[in-house]
Design a protein around this ligand. Structure first.
Ligand code: SF4
Length: 255
C-alpha cells in the first residue's frame, strides 16, 4: 500500500467493530472510585450529546501528516501548528516527499513553532525510519510508533485513535487536569491517569472520550479557573473547585 493511499480514517467510527485499547500493562491497583458507573455513563452521555462526533483540531490529510502534526504540536498550540503545516503538507504529504524537501526547508516551513529546529530534525529522522522500517507506511502498532524519532506514548495514542480507530486515551495537559480535578482519574503521572481512564470510562464511550475531555478542558474546565456555569456535568462533578451544582443546558456543538 502506498502512503498516498493510507487515508485518515476519522470518519464514522461509531458503527464499526473496534479493537480493544492497547492498555498500559502496569502492576497497580485502581484507586477507590469517586464515581459510580452510572454516573460515568451519564457524564459521557452528556458529552456525546454535546459533540456526537468530536474530532481533533490538528489539520492533516493522512496518517503520516497526522503523525507529523502531533510531533510538531509538543509545547505548541494546534492553531499554530495548523498555520505552519498548511503549506508544508501541500508539498510534503508522504515521508518520501518530506525527505526530498530536506531538513532546512522543513525548518523554514515550521519556524513559527516553538523548538522548530529540533522538531525539523525529528521529522526528517522520522521519515527515514518510516521508510527503512515500515516501507513508508505509518505502523498501526504502539510499540513500533514509540520507536520513531520524536514520538512518545501520547503521540502514538493520538495516531492510533484518530487514524486507525483504536480507542486510546492520549493524556495531555487538559486530560491530566480534569482527571485529577474532578477525581475521575486521580494520578500523579500521565501513565497513572491513562491507566485509570482506560479502565473506568464505560467502553461505549471510550473511543471519543479522548476528544471530549480535551475539548472540555480547553473550553470549560480550564486550567486557571473552571467555567462551571458553562459545564454540562456541574451537578455530577465532585471537584472541590466547582462553583455551582447547576448544569448548563446541553447544546449540540460543532467541533
Ligand atoms: S463543574 Fe467545574 S470543576 Fe467540575 S468539570 Fe465542570 S467546569 Fe470542571
Amino acid at each position: 500500500m502506498k502512503q498516498e493511499n493510507q487515508k485518515s480514517s476519522q470518519a464514522p467510527f461509531r458503527d464499526i467493530e473496534r479493537p480493544d485499547p492497547p492498555r498500559l500493562k502496569l502492576k497497580r491497583k485502581l484507586p477507590r472510585a469517586k464515581y459510580t458507573q452510572d454516573e460515568l455513563v451519564e457524564i459521557f452521555e452528556r458529552f456525546r450529546q454535546q459533540r456526537p462526533e468530536p474530532k481533533g483540531e490538528l489539520d492533516h490529510v493522512n496518517p503520516f501528516t497526522l503523525l507529523v502534526a502531533v510531533v510538531l504540536s509538543a509545547q505548541a498550540t494546534d492553531v499554530g501548528v495548523n498555520k505552519a503545516t498548511k503549506e508544508l503538507f501541500k508539498v510534503a504529504d508522504t515521508p518520501q516527499k518530506m525527505l526530498a524537501l530536506g531538513e532546512e526547508k522543513v525548518r523554514d516551513y515550521i519556524k513559527t513553532i516553538g523548538l522548530y529546529r529540533n522538531k525539523a530534525k525529528n521529522v526528517i529522522k522520522l521519515c527515514e525510519q518510516l521508510i527503512e522500517r515500515h516501507g513508508g507506511i505509518v505502523p498501526q502498532d504502539r510499540d513500533a510508533l514509540v520507536e520513531l524519532a520524536g514520538v512518545g506514548r501520547k503521540t502514538a495514542n493520538v495516531v492510533l485513535s484518530m487514524s486507525f480507530g483504536v480507542p486510546t486515551i492520549a493524556v495531555d495537559t487538559h486530560i491530566f487536569r480534569i482527571g485529577n480535578r474532578c477525581g475521575i482519574a486521580p494520578g500523579k503521572t500521565v501513565d497513572d491517569v491513562e491507566f485509570i481512564l482506560e479502565r473506568r470510562i464505560p467502553r461505549d464511550y471510550l473511543f471519543h472520550a479522548h476528544h471530549w475531555l480535551i475539548l472540555h478542558g480547553r473550553y470549560v474546565c480550564k486550567a486557571r479557573k473552571p467555567d462551571c456555569e458553562a459545564c454540562v456535568i456541574a451537578d455530577l462533578c465532585k471537584s472541590r473547585e466547582k462553583t455551582t451544582d447547576i448544569p448548563a443546558p446541553i447544546v449540540r456543538l460543532e467541533d
